[in-house]
Structures are given as C-alpha cells and as structure tokens.
Design a binder for this molecule. Structure first.
Ligand SMILES: Nc1ncnc2c1ncn2[C@@H]1O[C@H](COP(=O)(O)OP(=O)(O)O)[C@@H](O)[C@H]1O
Ligand SMILES: [Mg+2]
Length: 376
C-alpha cells in the first residue's frame, strides 16, 4: 500500500503543485491519478520514490515512512516507467532491461535470462533483444520500458503517462497487455494519465486531480461515472459518461434473432436466395462471423475481398456498451453476437439493446413509482 498523509509540494517561486493530498493506493491494485496538464500528477508520483521531496506531510509504503528509508534502496524496490520509455540509447534492448538487476549485483547469465523472459512477457519479439532503442518503434520502446521496470520484480510500480506518446491503436494494445500482465503480477501500481478513458479502463481506483494539486474525487470507475462529486469532475469525465458507464454493465439475456448465414465461395444466386433483406452474414466453417455481403451487388462467388467488415462483434452477455456498439456499427443495422468461443449466436437490433439498458435501470427508478400502486 502507498499512503499519502497530507502531502504538499510547493516549488521555489510559489507554485503549489500538490495541496494536502490524502490518498491510499491499495496493494495489488492499479490506482490511476488523472487530471489536466499541470495539476501535479508527475510531482505526486516522483515524491513516492523521492526524486522530489515533499514540502510537508509524509508518504508511507505499508508501515514504512519513505523519508526514513535509504533513497537508493527505496528506488530499487520501485519500478518507474515514463513517457518515451527513457531508455539508454547506447545500450541494447536486453541490456536496458537488465539495468536494475545489474545494480543489484546479479551475475550476467541470470540477468540476461531474466531480461529475455521479461521481453517475452511484455510481448516483444526476442529478435529485438540485441538491437538499440532507436531501431524500435515507439510502442516497442514502451514495452522495453515496462520490462525494465519489472526486471527486479519490485512490488511497486510508478507509471507516468507510459502510453501517451504512441498512436491510439498501439496504445490500446499496450493497455490490454498491461492489464493481462497485472492480472498475473498483482503489483501495487500508481498510474498517471491525462486521459480519462485510459483512467477508466485501467484503474481499479481513479483519483481525479484539479489544477492546484487538489484531489477532487477518488472512486472506482463505475462510481465516478455515475456520481461525479462536483462540476469539475463531471466536466472532466465528459458528457458521454452515460455511454461509457455501459461498459460496466453486463448485457442481460437479449432477444436474439436467428439470422441466415452463408460461407465463402457461395454464388451470388445462392446468396440472394438466402438473404432476408439485402444483407447476408458470412461465417467460416466454425461459424465465426467474417463480415456482411450485399447479395444483389455480388458479381462473383463470395470471397474475403467482397466482405463489408464494418461493424464490431460483441460477446453475448458482455458489456452493454459493446453490444450497443455492435448494433450501431453494423452495416446491416443488426449487431453480431458471439459466444465465448467466438461462434455466431444471433443478431440484435439497437432498440432491443436500449430496452435492455432501460431494464437494467428499472430497479432503482421503479421503487418510487410502484409505491402508489401498491397502496391502491
Ligand atoms: N521543478 C519545478 N519547478 C517549479 N515548478 C514546477 C516544477 N515542476 C513542476 N512545476 C509546476 O508544478 C505544477 C505541477 O506540475 P506537474 O506535477 O508536472 O503536473 P502534471 O504532471 O499534472 O502535468 C505545474 O504548475 C508546473 O508548472
Ligand atoms: Mg506530468
């Protein structure tokens, strides 16, 4: 656990970067600090490993006051990942990862073995191990940065906008892999971002800061979206927060419609005969959905080129947000649902998803409405 006890930081010149912060980051969980630029996120993070000393207050790791710990020993027990990875340019990838183990006096073989294991774990091809950072893409460098921070297996990780500088698609991959990694590792993580979507996706707990270093609210993501504490938080989590909150509600059983399907290689005539309304779903031999075709526009047997791939596929029973997105993004206006093995189970229309959303809300709204009826 990392605990901030009324911690403040004033920089020379009078800026209050952090103002009487009280916050606890529980062990084995991801606590995200989120807020606009300049609200004191980096300062907060760097006070934990004492790269910055607080002006007042104290920071505890379990029952130890960090101010009383040896700085070098403190830092070796804390993994630190920053934007642009901060790799040593003149060291190979594998040597970068082995930085802390070497400082700890591990021998070369053990260090290299550990480094290779970690590169594999963060999803980097081992062919990159002997290259230099500049020969890697931004996303690959971030993976190396994460591997380096994990090398000595520190219980605590500090991550300062580690995925902010890569493009959105790579960022999403890095986030997904980070969550998978954390599911195994159970580190105590303090993660900084200015991106509320990232905070909501990654955080077990989200702390929203405002400029001046004031903590506006701490809550789990679903609570934060549903009950922002004030206008600042409401504004920061955004107008589409209702839609985002759907990500936390699993879809109830939906009225799935059966849907004719066809395989690759079918002729235009076969497709026209099978189609209900101008669209037809194409599946592979295992009934995994591949995409939609418009039979009337086919001039040759169906192949992968003719497929409309627009439209996401959602898991039946998965988050309502994904199910609604599948319905809204489908060219046929019917969302494609699959089971846990990716096998097609049926389609659903947006209005049916909206009805389901209404129903998930009813228990709260219903109680007040039902009372007069019951009294009658
Ligand atoms: N070394 C410094 N000296 C003076 N002011 C600083 C220093 N570092 C940061 N600040 C100021 O402290 C505030 C918080 O900065 P920072 O912690 O970097 O915020 P964030 O990471 O949320 O963008 C900002 O107003 C910034 O300009
Ligand atoms: Mg910062």
């Amino acid at each position: 656990m990392i605990r901030f006890e009324t911690v403040s930081k004033q920089y020379p010149g009078g800026t209050t970067a952090v103002d009487r912060l009280r916050l606890e980051a529980p062990s084995g969980q991801i606590t995200v600090l989120v807020g606009p630029s300049g609200c004191g996120k980096t300062t907060t993070l760097r006070m934990v490993n004492r790269m910055i000393e607080p002006t007042s207050g104290s920071i505890w790791l379990d029952d130890q006051d960090t101010a009383r710990l040896d700085e070098a020993a403190l830092r070796r027990g804390i993994g630190y990942v920053i934007q642009h990875a901060g790799l040593f340019p003149h060291r190979t990838v594998v040597d970068n990862v082995g930085t802390v183990p070497r400082l700890l006096g591990w021998d070369r073989r053990k260090t290299e073995k550990r480094s290779m294991e970690l590169l594999e774990r963060v999803g980097l091809d081992l062919a990159f191990a002997k290259r230099y950072p500049s020969q890697l893409s931004g996303g690959q460098q971030q993976r190396v940065g994460v591997a380096r921070a994990l090398a000595a297996d520190p219980p605590i990780m500090l991550m300062d906008e580690p995925f902010s500088a890569v493009d959105p698609i790579v960022r999403e991959q890095l986030q997904d892999e980070f969550l998978r990694l954390q599911a195994d590792l159970d580190k105590t993580i303090l993660f900084v971002t200015h991106d509320i979507d990232e905070a909501i996706k990654l955080g077990d707990q989200v702390a929203v800061l405002r400029v001046g270093g004031v903590l506006a609210q701490v809550a789990d993501p679903a609570y934060l979206l549903a009950h922002p504490a004030d206008d600042f938080v409401a504004d920061f989590v955004g107008r589409d927060r209702g839609y985002r909150a759907l990500g936390f509600h699993e879809a109830p059983p939906l009225p799935l419609s059966p849907e004719p399907t066809i395989g690759l290689g079918a002729t235009p005539a076969e497709a026209r005969a099978a189609s209900l309304d101008g669209w037809l779903l194409v599946v592979d031999e295992d009934r995994h959905p591949l995409g939609w075709v418009e039979p009337d526009r086919l001039s040759a047997p169906i192949d992968r080129q003719t497929l409309h791939r627009g439209g996401t596929v959602a898991a039946a029973g998965g988050p309502l947000r994904n199910v609604l997105d599948a319905a809204l993004s489908s060219p046929a206006r019917r969302g494609v649902l699959v089971n846990a093995s990716g096998v097609f189970v049926g389609t659903v229309r947006a209005h049916q998803v909206l009805t389901a959303i209404e129903q998930t809300r009813r228990p709260e709204a219903g109680t007040a409405e039902r009372q007069p009826e019951d009294a009658r």
